[in-house]
Design a protein around this ligand. Structure first.
Ligand SMILES: Nc1ncnc2c1ncn2[C@@H]1O[C@H](COP(=O)(O)OP(=O)(O)OP(=O)(O)O)[C@@H](O)[C@H]1O
Ligand SMILES: [Mg+2]
Length: 497
């Protein structure tokens, strides 16, 4: 290398044009802490994804020569069903406020999908990102839009007297009045305006008080609220593009106006959409969305094991070829390439790919070597135990027991589970998983629905009939009474739990 030898290491390694890793980015420890609020156990997996997220940022900040040498930190999560693989990836994306899509790798091998370009996952990611940024921006202009909507509603309810809005400006008609110099006409006009202004003020207050929400008004709207709901279906990515182009063409055409009768509440919603739309700069949204995808997008590829051919597979060559084909199609995207979407070209170099699979039959080593190399991090998720189930039922922010409590709270019922009852539920879940089929934490859902079915069904009547106390306690006996027999019977639980 004929590079200047004096160059300091740091300036050689760092890319000065890129912002440094700032405080606004979570550290791996903080990421794990956040994930802990929702996911029980699976420490290794959490650590890996946290490091991967941070490393992506580090890689983006490294100087150009070295950046391309550093492997992306794509991950394969290996583990049985229902132990939190998808959940971890989803939460991670939320935390990072990153665009996120989940695709099933096997769908690319399905009949009708073969040949469908794998790039569509990146298009979906962009779509998702645009929607995300748009809703963020909408939030920013919401208040402003609400004010404009109020003004428009007011105009419908109590149209302003001409010239009322700009009394100082000499509008055409006003001027003639003034030039005529007829003082009485002027003061009449002023009086009228003054009255109008006052009543509009009053009307505005009533509008704000929410007392008029049900009142009907007539509103002129474009013929459809969504601006062209046309979709074109086709097996190829290009067709989607075509759909986009057609849509653009359509939206350029003049829209038919239509008068509709709506309540103020409905009109407010409609007008708000319109105003928000006008206030948002879509070009800026798209630019930001593309940047987000490139810098922080996360693609979750589920069932990656389904496209890995087990080496010992005695089956014919047929399906293996298409599976391997999908792997080959995936390669350039995972490796980093430019994908064209209807919003523009995106580079996938820094998109984080998290693949997951049970790998019961195939193993990660059954993937083609090039793809293996692109997923250098392997992490195994553990089967969940009875103790895990207890924690999953109670600890996460969105724990099932909390969900049920919150639902019944809306009917003024305080639902309580004793610790023994929760233990019993956890024990039953573990047992059924063992005897019937291990579906992980998903078992808790089926068991709880079963346990609470009667309560959920009958509560409204029980409340009106006064046949129930406001405080419902589920104890271990109740759980055993309801689930004991079913859980003990393998055939029964196969169907019910
Ligand atoms: N470790 C865990 N902590 C808390 N909740 C969990 C955990 N594992 C699973 N769950 C719950 O179980 C459900 C299913 O989990 P998830 O979707 O992550 O399964 P998965 O591992 O992706 O399974 P599959 O291989 O079938 O896709 C989720 O709704 C989640 O709430
Ligand atoms: Mg999953």
């Amino acid at each position: 290398m004929n590079k200047d030898q004096d160059m300091t290491l740091s300036s050689e390694l760092q890319n000065p044009s890129v912002r440094r890793i700032g405080d606004e980015q979570l550290t791996p420890t903080q990421i794990v802490e956040q994930l802990d609020k929702y996911i029980i156990g699976q420490k290794e997996a959490k650590k890996s994804v946290a490091i991967a997220l941070r490393n992506r940022l580090r890689r983006q900040n490294v100087g150009e020569e070295l950046r391309d040498e550093i492997m992306p930190n794509n991950i394969i999560m290996i583990g049985p069903t229902g132990v939190g693989k998808t959940e971890i990836a989803r939460r991670l994306a939320k935390l990072a406020r990153a665009p996120f899509v989940k695709v099933e790798a096997s769908k690319f091998t399905e009949v009708g999908y073969v040949g469908r370009d794998v790039e569509s996952m990146i298009r979906d990611l962009v779509e998702q990102s645009v929607a995300m940024v748009r809703s963020e921006k909408s939030e920013e202009v919401r208040e402003k839009a609400a004010l404009l909507v109020e003004e428009r509603l007011l105009d419908i309810l109590l149209p302003p007297v001409s010239g009322i809005e700009e009394p100082e400006r000499s509008g055409d008609e006003d001027e003639t009045v003034v030039v005529e110099g007829d003082a009485e006409v002027v003061s009449d006009k002023n009086l009228e305006r003054e009255v109008n202004r006052k009543s509009r003020q009053k009307m505005l207050e009533r509008l704000r008080s929410g007392r008029m929400e049900d009142r009907q008004i007539e509103l002129e709207t474009s013929s459809d609220g969504q601006g062209g709901m046309m979709q074109i279906f086709g097996p190829l990515g290009q067709m989607e593009e075509l759909g986009g182009i057609m849509q653009d063409l359509m939206s350029g055409m003049p829209k038919k106006k239509k008068k509709r009768r709506l309540t103020i509440a409905e009109a407010r919603k409609l007008l708000e959409q319109e105003e928000v739309q006008k206030l948002i700069d879509m070009d800026a949204v798209v630019k930001e969305a593309l940047r987000k995808v490139e810098e922080s997008g996360i693609v979750f590829i589920d069932e990656i094991d389904k496209i890995a051919a087990p080496t010992t597979g005695a089956g014919g060559k047929g399906p293996d070829v298409s599976r391997e084909g999908v792997q080959r199609d995936l390669l350039p995207i995972v490796e980093g390439s430019a994908v064209s979407t209807k919003y523009g070209v995106v580079k996938t170099d820094h998109v984080l790919f998290i693949a997951s699979g049970a790998f019961h039959v195939a193993r990660p080593s059954d993937l083609i070597p090039e793809l293996q190399g692109r997923f250098p991090i392997r992490v195994e998720l553990k089967s969940l135990t009875e103790e895990d189930f207890f924690l999953i039922l109670t600890q996460p922010r969105n724990a099932l027991i909390k969900q049920y409590r919150a639902m019944l709270m809306t009917e003024d019922i305080d639902l309580e589970f004793t610790d023994e009852a929760i233990c019993e539920i956890a024990r039953t879940a573990a047992k059924v998983n063992e005897t019937v089929e291990n579906i992980g934490a998903r078992r808790l859902h089926t068991i709880l629905t079963n346990l609470l079915e009667e309560l959920m069904f009958g509560i409204p009547e029980m409340v009106t009939a006064g046949a129930i106390e406001k405080h419902v306690v589920i104890d271990a006996d109740k759980v055993r009474e309801k689930l004991g027999k079913v859980a003990a019977d393998r055939d029964l639980s196969q169907y019910i739990l």
